[in-house]
Design a protein around this ligand. Sequence first.
Ligand code: ADP
Ligand code: ZN
Ligand code: ZN
Length: 750
Amino acid sequence: MYIEVVLPVLIADTFTYFVPPEMEAQIVSGSMVCVPFGKNKQYSGLVSHIRLIPPENIQSIKPIVAVENTNPVIRRPQLRFWEWISDYYLCSLGEVYKAVLPAGFRLEKSAYNEKKETFVRYSSEYRNPEKLPEAFIKTKRAAKQEQLLLAFVQLIKTKKPASEGISKKELLLKSHSSDLALQGLIKKGILETYEESVSRLEIYDSEVQPLNILNTLQEQAYREIVQSFRIKDVCLLHGVTSSGKTEIYTHLIQEALQLNRQVLYLVPEIALTRQLTERLQKFFGDKLGVYHSGINQNERVEIWNNLLNDSGYQIILGVRSSVFLPFRDLGLIIVDEEHETSYKQQDPAPRYHARNAAIVLATMHGAKVVLGSATPSIESFYNAQRGKYGYVKLEKRFEDTKLPSIIPVDVKELRRKKRMKSIFSPLLIEKMQKTLENGEQILLFQNRRGFAPLIRCKICDWTPKCRFCDISLNYHKKYNQLTCHYCGKTYRIPTECPECGSADLSYRGYGTEKVEEEIQSLFPDIPVERMDSDTTHKKHSVQEILSRFESGETKILVGTQMISKGLDFDKVSLVGIVNADSLMNLPDFRAYERAYQLMSQVAGRAGRRKKQGEVILQTSHPDHPLIQMVLQHNYEGMYEMQMEERSLFRYPPFFRIIEITLKHKNEGLLTEAAVRFASLLRNELHDRVIGPDKPVVSKIKNLYIRRILLKVEITASIPVIREILFEAQKELLEQQSYKYVTVQYDVDPV
Ligand code: ADP
Ligand code: ZN
Ligand code: ZN
């Protein structure tokens, strides 16, 4: 028997191996095998298929070493899905395998280990219930032991299914006893301890509730979605924040479960979805599994195994990588906040977009897809407009609360009149005061972290840059240092300019740290917190910050886009967008779309139930068309404006972009290689090839970077383009001097 095996190496999709006859019976597609590789390596590989025709060069084919896992670790459509990912996103099957299969399944990685816990049970002598009175006589003179034994007897009765033991931790906790009392009972020969493997997965053991009843508008939207599923596989649910999209999802989920099909519920970032998990658990109990990047390798294996079991989870709430889980039969995929860029994997390969991949995955399962957003991506809205997706709109908030009123403030004008108090306008300060007086809360949004993004010598314009990256350094006041936001390297703060010796250095721009400091000095007695990637390093810090805000302990929360989504706090009545301009000035064709989405999303945090919220938007360009559209909640206006530009400059959704990145430590050599590569591509693809260019940040971690852009017709065949790219790459790298140039592809970059 000859098999094809996927290995965690980049060079090819699969490798051929021979299976000795005595192992043949254990091999199926999806088994894990241990194989020799290269001179003296061994890898765990996944059997993609058994060859029908023996390979030509039989002599050079090596036999496998062992079968590691007879039961398949993936389910049937999964391999096909991997193949699609590797074809479309221009990477090898090995790269998909490496990124997707939990490392715990691979022997060369630290393998999975079971979690053990100590349990307590009756010793063999006391297992007979008739002996129980005797046990109590023995503890007569030890009150603590008696109390513990009593608790044990009670707890063991309530265990379902009837089990012989109870976890020691649980026993001591629930009986309010010490280990000492337990040791006493063990010494008397009444109880004993033993070790047992336990699941790492959380168990939900409270009652489940029936779903909420949908209001008229929600009910209508729900019906429209179901209706659209009769003829279309994907439906875009365009509903303002707090309109009850989540409630509608729960009804769609229930329907899929009734057909005994599974549901994948994708969310952009799990850190902020504790509220959502609790909300769903209330309805679906332990049918729900949660999958995110914070869980460790062992938990990953357990969730994976749970799903390989036919009676495993029926709903997975998860981040982008959960599209790769071994689902038995998906009936529905929900992509919430479908416009979020964190659905796109940046590094390493496969650089997939989870929303788009989910749509393909759904086709393979015969499942339906709901894309939900208050501010859909231009791509999805376009697909809805031309009838490829169904489209359902929900324009009213639940209980008909009005959308927040957004008030623009012209900071340029105020600055000219010297009326700004540092970075705050008088109106924002006044509104903050009033909000605090009313006992309500405030969110302040600033999309940059740190204190000041730019330091500059006032005499000669020198600015400090990272030694390893071509980018200026950010000033972080708390740590009193400069930080590179690309490689994380930190530097001391210069006391004088190294170029001209002047001590007159200025700090330009501002980030969340500065906003926090300014707020604190304006309102010294008010508890303020900051949430950005600098304050959320630790495992539970996001949840801690959020629960202090939720409880009302913190009054003002300052943050980056981390505070823009998923938060549902009743007492936030004011939102401040401190600097709208910095959102719009990004060098990216999606900058306006992004800025619109972010501002609307942040604004949506103001005022939830019953009360209309207020948003103060500080900008130097209050008349800018985009700002006007944000003020009027005019999504369609923004869409029309952007579509015109996109079509003019050949951008998505009219054209498909493939970004090619070349890297090398020698800049001269890299420049030559990039020019050569572009010209090889131009032979075939002509003016669809743009560049090479020096990107805005042209060196990261000591590697220089050049970029080539492809703009290809949406209708162009990906396999043809793949062929052209890989041929050109081969030709380039065959040249000895270019051998170590790194080439990366990013299809549909965001
Ligand atoms: P969205 O997902 O569109 O932002 P949600 O589903 O989170 O909106 O609804 C906003 C708030 O209103 C939530 O607190 C939710 O519990 C409540 N809500 C919405 N619809 C209903 C309903 N039909 N019954 C009870 N509560 C609802
Ligand atoms: Zn200087
Ligand atoms: Zn750096």
